[in-house]
Design a protein. Sequence first.
Length: 72
Amino acid sequence: MDEEGIVVPWERIDPDTLRRMLEEFVTREWSELTDCGYSMDEKIGQVITQLRHNRARVVFDLTTETCNIVVC
């Protein structure tokens, strides 16, 4: 993990806040793929699966004081 931060248990994040974080993440990460064939909900589902299986984490970056999803 490149960021200096604290891992935040994604299950403890307010569902609306988590949804907005996931939307921002998939929009940013899939921005170069204009039509990858997945809906926003399907992309979010893929990231949630990664979170559940510890292949991604929510990290609070101490430097920028922001949260981000980091793929492990």
